[in-house]
Design a protein around this ligand. Structure first.
Ligand SMILES: Nc1ncnc2c1ncn2[C@@H]1O[C@H](COP(=O)(O)OP(=O)(O)O)[C@@H](O)[C@H]1O
Ligand SMILES: O=P([O-])([O-])O[C@@H]1[C@@H](O)[C@H](O)[C@@H](O)[C@H](O)[C@@H]1O
Length: 378
């Protein structure tokens, strides 16, 4: 694994201007994912019921690889992951880190204990209590590659995306999508995860330069949706109820897909990546959120980072190829977005609902799922 760089942001604004020119041969829809892989320990009733690869970067990579449109039929989806782990990292050979290796640091890999309680079985109780047990080094601006990207996803889980790192992402990427959990998490002396008001953080001033900010319903009060929506489009996810989008001048509810939830971990991450993939396919934000809901539902159906059934992915691809023939233009590649539900929204939902029937097939096919038992059945 490559060694992490020293914290030194020597890049100047002028230098970034040079990067505006895409080099010949570079993929035009290349993405930049920033956030660290981590170790997740899943605990129920005081007993460890699962130990898995975690970190939004892992869930996001998994969905982007599965759902992004390909410029060529062959090869990996074009995106880079900037992530940090320690020498204790246990999942270097798992698909996501093996494809896009993290930077190696002297500090231990970020690790979370997720405590599931029976209260999580009720509709709107928080799914889990999280405790950060170890924190790897932050990701510094100098850790980011020196080139332009079509889009960026800021998906820290433990405060590793520093304000200056987000600012550099904004300079490098045409459109940046941010998970609020990267900005508003606070950790007490015991590592318990709490939240601070976004407005009180140094990230707040960057919001007007962010395209989309995603928050869970638990995080939404700390984001301040009414203020934030005047600066960027805010998406509030609400578990099995789907999500809502809020932009300056409009809002939309986007219906969920049915799922048998066995582990809620990674739902929000998978949502954000599905949403980004939807934008890459050229969907409006409200239509792209259908793809977010689809992959959020697929994530909760398995323990840890899900393995998608090839038949399901093929079905999704065929649906997108068919419906997207009616699209306007790829939104993520420009500076303006369309937000409204399109005329194909309901057709797209119905077709994806058919594909969602194939979600449980992977659970049966993959013997590694099911051994952990249900983490959080609802
Ligand atoms: N039980 C569920 N059934 C169907 N879809 C779900 C379920 N839980 C989550 N999702 C999907 O995943 C998205 C993100 O889930 P949510 O629980 O809101 O995020 P987080 O993991 O950040 O708490 C939801 O908006 C929804 O589309
Ligand atoms: O479940 P979710 O909110 O989408 O995202 C999760 C984070 O909140 C958590 O800190 C991390 O340990 C998980 O691996 C996952 O990334």
């Amino acid at each position: 694994m490559p060694l992490a760089a020293e914290p030194d942001d020597t890049h100047e604004e002028g230098e970034d201007q040079q990067l505006l020119l895409a080099k010949k041969g570079e993929p035009t829809l290349e993405g930049l994912v920033v956030g660290s892989y981590c170790h997740d320990v899943l605990i129920r009733g005081g007993r460890v019921v699962g130990e898995t690869l975690g970190g939004a970067a892992a869930f996001v990579s998994n969905v982007l690889d599965a759902a992004s449109p390909r410029e060529a039929e062959q090869g990996e989806a074009p995106f880079v992951v900037v992530s940090k782990v320690g020498r204790d990292f246990a999942y270097a050979s798992a698909p996501a880190p093996a494809r896009r290796p993290p930077l190696l640091c002297a500090s231990p890999t970020t690790s979370f204990h997720a405590q599931f309680s029976d209260a999580a079985a009720s509709a709107h109780a928080p799914d889990r209590e999280l405790r950060r047990v170890h924190a790897c080094d932050p990701i510094y601006p100098a850790d980011l590659p020196d080139r332009r990207f079509a889009y960026g996803l800021a998906v820290g889980v433990a405060g590793e995306v520093l304000p200056e790192t987000l600012e550099r992402m904004i300079r490098l990427c045409r459109a940046v999508l941010v998970d609020a959990q990267a900005l508003i998490r606070a950790f007490d002396g015991d590592g318990a995860v709490g939240h601070v008001a976004l407005e009180d953080t140094p990230y707040a001033r960057l919001l007007p330069r962010v395209a989309f900010l995603k928050a869970s319903s638990e995080e939404a009060p700390y984001v301040g949706v009414e203020t934030a929506r005047r600066r960027c489009c805010v998406i509030v996810t609400d578990g099995r109820d789907g999500c809502r989008l809020y932009w300056d001048g409009g809002e939309a509810r986007v219906a969920p897909f049915p799922a048998v939830q066995v582990d809620p971990t990674g739902a929000g991450d998978s949502f954000l990546a599905g949403f980004a993939a939807g934008l890459l396919w050229g969907l409006s934000a409200t239509d792209a959120a259908l793809l977010g809901n689809f992959f959020g539902a697929a994530a909760v159906s398995q323990v840890g980072v899900p393995t998608f059934h090839p038949k399901m992915l093929q079905a999704v691809k065929e649906i997108l190829e068919e419906k997207i023939a009616k699209r306007s233009s790829p939104c993520i590649n420009g500076t303006t977005f369309t937000f409204d539900r399109s005329s194909v929204h309901d057709e797209l939902h119905a077709a994806l609902q058919e594909a969602a029937r194939l979600i449980p097939e992977q659970q049966q096919a993959d013997p590694t799922n099911g051994n952990c038992g249900d983490i959080c059945s609802v």
